[in-house]
Write a protein that binds this ligand. Structure first.
Ligand code: 5RP
Length: 262
């Protein structure tokens, strides 16, 4: 158990801790992927243990499913759950409209399907993820392995007519081989630096044969819970047009930190 959480882990943890307060007994909840989402899974497990909260989770990756199982969170498939009350997930970038870049953890396809099948999506993020314009974080695009070099070339050609600053792309690797996603696809990272029109880019990318899905989440996220290194949280609700500040109190000796394994 770490003696003290770093400011970045504190920020992720307090965002997660505040976000799980939105979960009520009886809910079906989409469980995101990544280091911030892993904190959320731990915080949810704590509420199930301490308060007897009755929920069922739908994981967005094999990693999250494994963590949820380890922590005793009941899980099921999306096909079984069909429709969810809420999904809580991390993001790589979010803007003022709560448009997101996701997929840094290569789980964007299941994440987008699960978030879109939810009444509400809450993003949890440290403050560094907020940007005035999307695109500094490389945009992940899930593509099928068949003919992937042709798909890469087509994407690069398509980018010429779009409002982006840079057009380099790279296939995501896992040591010396392309990384394989949970759906047995590849990830192409687009190093665009700046995305002038995220909505147009998302639509155009998905027209290209070989593209399965892109990491732009537009009009999907409802609320962002932003964590800060001093334990403060900001809750911004795009539909209500509201923003509230809060403080999350915790003891570094809480049981939850004993679960740290990744
Ligand atoms: C995984 C994701 C993650 O939510 C995103 O990469 C943020 O991860 P982290 O919380 O570790 O910064 O989209 O596909």
């Amino acid at each position: 158990m770490p003696a003290e959480l770093s400011p970045i882990d504190t920020a992720k943890f307090v965002a997660a801790k505040r976000a799980v307060q939105f979960i009520e007994s009886g809910m079906k909840v989409g469980l995101g992927t990544g280091s911030t989402a892993a904190w959320m899974v731990r915080c949810l497990a704590e509420r199930i243990r301490d308060e007897g909260l009755k929920v069922v989770g739908v994981p967005t990756s094999t990693r999250t499913a494994e963590l949820a199982r380890q922590l005793g969170i009941p899980i099921t498939s999306l096909d079984d759950a069909k429709w969810l009350d809420l999904t809580i997930d991390g993001a790589d970038e979010f803007d003022v409209n709560l448009a997101l870049i996701k997929g840094g953890g290569a789980a964007l396809l299941q994440e987008k399907i699960v978030a879109t099948a939810s009444d509400q999506m809450i993003v949890i993020a440290d403050a560094a993820k907020e940007v005035s314009q999307l695109g500094n974080f490389p945009l992940p695009v899930e593509i099928i392995p068949f003919g992937w070099q042709t798909t890469k070339a087509l994407i690069e050609e398509t980018l010429v007519s779009l409002d982006v600053l840079n057009r380099d792309t790279s296939i995501r690797m896992n040591s010396d081989k392309p990384l394989i996603t949970d759906e047995a696809n590849y990830i192409l990272d687009l190093h665009l630096k700046r995305i002038g029109n995220p909505r147009q880019l998302a639509l155009v990318l998905n027209q290209i044969p070989g593209v399965v899905e892109n990491g732009l989440f537009i009009d999907i996220c409802d609320i962002v819970v932003i964590g800060h290194g001093d334990g403060r949280v900001t809750v911004r609700d795009i539909n209500a047009g509201s923003q509230a500040e809060d403080q999350v109190y915790f003891k570094p000796t809480d049981n939850i930190f004993a679960d740290l394994g990744d």
